[in-house]
Unconditional design. Structure first.
Lengths: 565, 342
């Protein structure tokens, strides 16, 4: 690359860059990405938190694998702490005690690892909520939504497999529950249990198997999918919130180098720092208080990690009557199958398919890079909140025993309340959220048409009082008017030979009905003509004070305009 | 402002366009450091201090690692974790907050605009791509050679079986799922205390007490891996009631010994140990999902997600007054599964 354009490098940096470029062509990448623009918003950090917690998980996890022994061989313990002496325990539990008590910094690493896992799933889920509520899953990002969805499922698996490794009483019971759930699957359930445990529960193979899944298979797939996820972000460029100068076909923000290198790089250290502080100050999973796994004892009030609570709650709510024996003496454990497999199956399928359903009911084939304000898509926002309500009700139901003991209530009554809530809650949440969204859209119209209330009351010579309203500046207004209120799909006339009985027509009719459900109630954005009509104050024009009104409001708006600068 | 007024529809006309137009990027607001050189210097000093804090944090962390050694007690471990962790926190937070503060106060904050392009490739690119694929297909001759295509597809589809079959068939052990119904309980097996393995005299079981029971095995066996798996099926919870309170189903009449009843401790829901006994109501509660069983009525379900009663172990006493099983369980213990009744 030594042309007249590029003089011979003289500095060390220049020489190194030249060396590298001659061998890798890295110049292309630097040219392309160094000043790539990313938009700025706090909600875009949620995904970053997830990514950084994952990196922290890899770092602390590597530390832990150096000392953890994934074996279920039993022996009698003699070591720290004294309370565990003389107990029969597996090597897995023993090595976890060793990490906690003998390896310096070991407990810190264990606790950072566990907190990072909780934060990883939490930030991943909130990131997913952000993407859902702002419509960032729309074309061309549907496939990336699926990649993210897979990451979410994998994060749950990663969490569960890791939680089970120390082979303590709590996690052992978690595995026992998983075994019960697997056994409930019709026809192949018993064999799947054998498949997982290499024989009967618990056997002596489950910990080594979970270990391989937890430290090799699942993180490898997560890493690959993260790579794909980020590659898509680069290809599509990041979405941005609506605002002045932000268009569908541009991206407004700051360059990767140096702004995001510093901000995002710094943010990694902040996330790592906070997780370290959590690990240093907040005890988590103190296994020496629970003791090694033994199929007999169990402690009351035990809770799984938060992301498993919804499954636990789902299991707790289902009445036992659903189990029955069919002809041929086969047992259908619907009391387990429905809450542990069918309910999460429905919830997760809804999540995975939603982008495709919405595109279809909208008849939408356009690319979207400007995000929606959640209020401007009331039905989607309502559905999202309904989904979260179901998730939260189930999670609370998973803590019904703690609610009972803390508030001195009857566990049976609480369970019944949750049984009702799981049906009523999401429906009610949907209805309320959608109404709130429509109300907020009306408020936006109101603001655009009449401006901010200033609290300044003016009395005119005629005796009339008015409150002065300050008009929105054009940036404020643009945010509130730059959206489209989608209309329901129109049902085309039947064209097939069978008329309205035609299969295609019937399907189109169903989609049209769903589309009406989505878009029948809508609030249109204010148009310039409407604004102008509102400014002329309707019938007030006829009053003699009309000019005075104009004078008062315009003077005030200039004041305010100056103050804003 | 009444709602009727805001919802008046006004149609666009010549004077008013149909939509508002984009006002463009908001004007840039300078920060303190942009206009005041003192503020600029101050921000720079703050960043320096933050990075220095990180260096100090690292030094303290290394000191803490060598100086604050845990002594094997929970208190000692807590001190070591706390000092090391907080020092590392400063080492990391100094870098993180320093870098962000630098970016926010000192780096250029003028927004920049970059064009986007649609994800789809242009028509021209697509044409070339299609042409290349067609050329490739032609070169391979796959279109003309039907048999070859079939064999290639079959071979590729079949070969994973060579890995999958051995893997799947090996990981399930002997696949003998009928073991679910066998437990260590046989006719005459002594009931012993969990975990000591001491036999239980009927006279030692006081009214209202709940005893955690395991079958009698050698002490050696109780340290083997098989033991844990057998124990997972064999654990029993035994309580003594006033015989007058007992009201078992007809099938289980006389399975108690003088008011002492023994039930499998493995929940019939998903298999947690049912460990909480309430003396007054004779209820057994599973702490995992709150299935509640009534011990006085053959451990039938009175609440929760379980369907079936806990299997009962028929018991009696041997010649020495020790409690023994009169027989094994007459049904599989634990959660339901497809072929449970086969």
């Amino acid at each position: 690359m030594t042309t007249t354009l590029n003089p011979e490098p003289t500095t060390l940096v220049g020489k190194s860059a030249d060396y590298l470029d001659q061998r890798t062509g890295v110049g292309h990448a630097v040219k392309e990405f160094a000043r790539k623009i990313f938009p700025d918003h706090w909600s875009f950090l949620l995904g970053e938190v997830a990514l950084y917690s994952f990196v922290v998980l890899l770092i602390t996890g590597t530390f832990l694998t150096m000392f953890f022994v994934p074996s279920m061989s039993l022996s009698v313990y003699d070591g720290h702490p004294e309370t565990m002496n003389g107990l029969l325990m597996s090597d897995a539990f023993k090595s976890t005690l060793h990490i906690s008590f003998d390896v310096r910094g070991g407990l810190l690493m264990r606790q950072i690892h566990h907190w990072a896992a909780l934060v990883f799933v939490a930030s991943l889920v909130t990131h997913m909520m952000r993407v859902f509520f702002t419509g960032a899953f729309r074309k061309p990002r549907e496939l990336n939504w699926l990649v993210g969805f897979s990451l979410m499922v994998l994060s749950l698996l990663a969490g569960f497999t890791g939680y089970s490794l120390p082979d303590d009483v709590l996690s052992g019971n978690g595995i026992a529950i998983a075994n019960g759930v697997v056994k409930s699957i019709p026809i192949i359930g018993s064999y799947m249990s054998y498949f997982i445990f290499g024989g009967e529960f618990p056997g002596d193979q489950i910990i080594p198997r979970l270990f391989t899944l937890h430290i090799l298979l699942i993180p490898a797939i997560i890493l690959a999918l993260i790579g794909l996820h980020l590659m898509f972000v680069v290809v599509h460029k990041h979405t941005q919130y609506p605002g002045g100068g932000r268009k569908e076909m541009n991206v407004v923000g700051y360059p990767v180098f140096p702004v995001y290198a510093a901000k995002a790089g710094g943010f990694f250290f902040v996330v790592f720092a906070v997780l370290t502080l959590m690990g240093a100050t907040m005890t988590i999973n103190a296994i020496w208080n629970y003791g090694p796994f033994d199929p007999s004892p169990v402690s009351a009030g035990a809770q799984p990690d938060w992301y498993m609570l919804f499954l636990e709650g789902s299991l707790r709510l289902m009445p036992g009557q659903a189990e029955f024996v069919s002809w041929g003496d086969y047992t259908w454990s619907l009391n387990v199958l429905v809450p542990a497999v069918v309910v999460p199956g429905i919830l997760f399928t809804f999540l995975a398919l939603y982008p495709f359903i919405e595109a279809k009911v909208k008849g939408d084939t356009e690319e979207h890079h400007l995000l929606d304000r959640p209020r401007n898509v009331p039905t989607r926002t309502g559905l999202g909140v309904a989904f979260l309500t179901a998730f939260v009700v189930l999670a609370f139901a998973g803590s019904n025993d703690l609610i009972a003991t803390h508030f001195r209530l009857s566990i049976n009554e609480i369970t019944w309340i949750f049984r009702v809530l799981i049906f009523v809650g999401p429906w009610f949440a949907f209805w309320v959220t959608r109404r709130i969204c429509l109300g907020l859209q009306r408020k936006d119209r109101e603001l655009v048409l009449h401006g901010h209330e200033t609290g300044r009351i003016v009395r005119f010579a005629s005796g009339e009082y008015i409150e002065v309203h300050r008009p929105l500046d054009e940036q404020e207004r643009w945010v509130r008017v730059s959206y489209t209120a989608n209309k329901p799909l129109e049902l085309p006339a039947p064209t097939g030979p069978k008329g309205t009985k035609d299969r295609k027509y019937k399907s189109a009719k169903r989609w049209a009905r769903l589309s009406r459900f989505f878009y029948e109630d809508r609030v249109e954005p204010v148009t310039p003509a409407e604004l102008s009509a509102a400014h002329s104050h309707g019938e007030h024009d006829a009053l003699p004070g009309g000019e005075e009104h104009a004078a008062v409001t315009s003077v005030h708006s200039t004041d305010a305009g100056e103050r804003a600068h | 402002m009444s709602e009727s007024k805001t919802d008046v529809t006004v149609h666009p006309d010549a004077e008013h366009p149909e939509k508002f137009s984009d006002p463009g990027l908001p004007s840039h607001r300078p920060r303190q450091a942009d206009i005041d050189p003192k503020a600029d210097k101050r921000a720079e000093r703050q960043v320096v201090v933050l990075f220095l804090l990180s260096v100090i944090g690292t030094i303290v962390a290394l000191w803490a690692y060598f100086a604050v050694r845990p002594d094997g007690t929970t208190g000692g471990v807590r001190t070591s974790t706390l000092t090391l962790g907080i020092a590392i926190f400063f080492a990391l937070a100094g870098i993180g907050i320093g870098a962000i503060h630098w970016a926010k106060t000192l780096m250029n904050d003028h927004e920049m605009v970059e064009e986007r392009h649609q994800a789809r490739t242009t028509g021209e690119t697509r044409e070339i791509a299609v042409k290349k694929l067609q050329d490739g297909i032609k070169d391979s001759g796959i279109g003309r050679r039907g048999v070859l295509k079939g064999v290639v597809v079959s071979a590729l589809a079949l070969f994973p079986l060579t890995i999958a079959v051995p893997l799947i068939s090996s990981v399930g052990g002997d696949w003998d799922v009928s073991k679910f119904r066998d437990t260590l309980w046989k006719k005459g097996t002594r009931l012993t205390y969990d975990p000591t393995g001491r036999p239980i005299k009927a006279s030692d079981v006081t009214l209202g007490s709940a005893v955690h029971v395991i079958p009698e095995v050698t002490e050696e066996y109780r340290t083997t891996d098989e033991w844990i798996t057998e124990k997972a099926k064999a654990v029993v919870l035994m309580v003594r009631l006033d015989p007058r309170d007992l009201n078992p189903p007809a099938k289980q009449a006389g399975w108690d010994y003088d008011g002492i009843v023994a039930f499998s401790k493995i929940c019939t829901h998903v298999g947690c140990p049912v460990a909480l006994y309430e003396q007054q109501t004779h209820h057994l509660l599973c702490p995992c999902h709150q299935s509640t069983f009534d011990v006085a009525h053959g451990a039938k379900v009175v609440f929760g997600p379980a369907k079936r009663p806990l299997p009962q172990l028929p018991i009696t006493v041997d010649a020495d007054g020790y409690l023994v099983a009169r027989d094994g369980f007459d049904e599989p213990v634990g959660p339901s599964y497809w072929e449970r009744l086969k």
